[in-house]
Design a protein around this ligand. Sequence first.
Ligand SMILES: Cc1cc2nc3c(=O)[nH]c(=O)nc-3n(C[C@H](O)[C@H](O)[C@H](O)COP(=O)(O)OP(=O)(O)OC[C@H]3O[C@@H](n4cnc5c(N)ncnc54)[C@H](O)[C@@H]3O)c2cc1C
Length: 322
Amino acid sequence: MKLIACTEGHSGKIEAFSLEMIAAARSLAQADDEVVAFFAGRDAEGASACLGAADRLIVACSTRLDVIPAEAYTLLLRDVVTAESPGLVLVPYSANGLDVAADIAARTGWPLISYVNEIKRHGESLTIVAQMYGGKILAECEVRLPAVLMINPGAFAAAVPDPIAAVNVQTIDAEPVLTSGKVKMVAIDMPDYADVDLTAADRIVCVGRGIGDEASIDLARNLATMLGAEIAGSRPVVDNGWLPKLRQVGKSGQKVKPKLYLALGVSGAPEHLEGMSQAELIIAVNTDPKAPIFNVAHYGATCDLFDLVANLSDRLRAGSGR
Ligand SMILES: Cc1cc2nc3c(=O)[nH]c(=O)nc-3n(C[C@H](O)[C@H](O)[C@H](O)COP(=O)(O)OP(=O)(O)OC[C@H]3O[C@@H](n4cnc5c(N)ncnc54)[C@H](O)[C@@H]3O)c2cc1C
């Protein structure tokens, strides 16, 4: 059986979730199976340099466009699916993946399971744990292959970035599809990742509306600095303009998987949990013992966040002699 892992990248960087798609496919592949990575974009060299955990790489290459519109990505992938007849297509839950997965499932008539967190294979069928209602419910379902899965970033540990042998790379010209497509890329307005890439952070201190006002964020920021952590916020904090958009965690923000996630005054709405529930260690501080954040937290403190931040900061300062 062939397993197709869809990958993405732009601006000279392959998206971290691309390696997760390959790792997911690898974990399901049996001895005679082949993991085929699919990449569409200008950075064919970048893809070849790091997607070597796949057995084979198909690159739909554009000479002009750094980011391939979802419509063209889908048309190119449709051809690959027809040619390869895979048993499984793994698509990342990304802006692109949302369009791609639905189209491939509709065209092939194969089942589509979205928001996938876990997969186990039993021969020709899979048992899957997937999120529903923004992560409020985890559904376990069984599906027979072939199928299309849309996988949550962070659900699988990334494969090691390795180069792939040139003999295992097949290049397709993406230009004819790009010129005939109905959707044209006019401009790309990229966020300024020079500030921060939360998805790569090992430690995050996240402030929610419980922080009260913009000035108080400095207390949490100082604590974050002492912990060697990045500061992040829930959506209301970002909507209020207290932190930049790139520091928002959740459904409409960043999906993070740090080693430590300290949530201060965050209620734990499903849309927030969607971005952080895969963190290795979650510590929540909230005055409300019934706050849903405690359902995912490994440790919790039902106290005023300002008391905890002041005490913890004092101890860290004393410990470091500052
Ligand atoms: C389509 C859509 C997308 C969304 N995307 C996102 C997203 O990406 N990220 C996101 O975060 N939200 C998102 N939301 C919003 C989400 O539904 C919640 O409204 C939001 O997460 C709530 O943020 P919060 O926990 O900071 O605030 P609140 O829900 O108001 O919680 C504040 C918490 O602070 C506690 N608190 C108050 N004072 C203190 C104190 N002194 N000490 C300790 N605890 C205190 C309270 O008990 C409360 O639990 C989205 C919503 C929709 C509809």
